[in-house]
Design a binder for this molecule. Structure first.
Ligand code: PRP
Ligand code: URA
Length: 209
């Protein structure tokens, strides 16, 4: 079964509390999504493989470690996952970026796919899927199924808030995918929104409501 990391780091909890506040502006919300994504990415990349290289410092030569192989591919789920891209790229600037466009049908809550563009050499890369909200889990499950068809080396998922329903569904559907989130909330409401959550992440990032 997949590993689940719900980080309790004080900086993340503080930033997330501000994001949840309905009076937080889109500008501040966007910055916070990006900052939390960066901090979660730090956790999610803890096991990246290293290889030794010889480096000359100004005063001596030594063996040091750098990340081995091709760099990561980040795949945000549109729209809200886009808000996480800047933050993770600050940590891994040379990563490739794929995009998967999905929206939830408001009646069925099932994901509807409208776009998929992944790096051509994804088989040689570790993939980290980005979406701030793991509600029913349908969007993440579908996106990961699309990515698996292209045989990447591995897949991880970084979210910001998970509902227990979505977390369990994602673990059942993709037991090989480790999950990193800032919080696990109480439940979903009848419209599939996370309670207490933060509302509609896409609308809050892009100011569309
Ligand atoms: C939101 C969110 C996730 C999805 C989570 O996207 O960004 O992708 O809902 O819900 P799920 O776990 O039940 O699938 P939304 O469908 O609102 O689309 P948008 O980002 O384009 O607004
Ligand atoms: N998508 C969101 O943006 N928010 C939720 O609470 C659930 C799904």
């Amino acid at each position: 079964m997949s590993n689940v990391t719900i980080t309790n780091h004080p900086l993340i909890q503080h930033k997330l509390a501000i994001m949840r506040n309905k009076n937080t502006s889109s500008a501040q919300f966007r910055s916070l999504v990006s900052e939390i994504a960066m901090l979660l990415c730090y956790e999610a990349t803890r096991d990246l493989a290293l290889e030794p290289v010889t480096i000359e410092t100004p005063v001596a030569t030594g063996e040091f470690n750098v990340i081995s192989g091709k760099k990561l591919a980040f795949v945000p789920i549109l729209r809200a996952g886009l808000g996480m891209v800047d933050g993770v790229l600050q940590l891994v600037p040379s990563a490739r970026i794929g995009h998967i466009g999905l929206y939830r049908d408001p009646d069925t809550l099932k994901p509807v796919e409208y776009y998929c563009k992944l790096p051509h050499d994804i088989e040689e890369r570790e993939v980290i899927v980005l979406d701030p909200m793991l509600a029913t889990g349908g969007s993440a499950i579908d996106a990961i199924a699309q990515i698996k068809k292209r045989n990447p080396k591995s897949i991880k998922f970084i979210g910001i808030i998970a509902a227990p329903e979505g977390l369990n569904a994602l673990r059942q559907a993709h037991p090989d995918v480790d999950i990193y989130c800032a919080a696990m909330d109480e439940k979903l409401n009848d419209h599939g929104y996370i309670i207490p959550g933060l509302g509609d992440a896409g609308d809050r990032i892009f100011g569309t409501k």
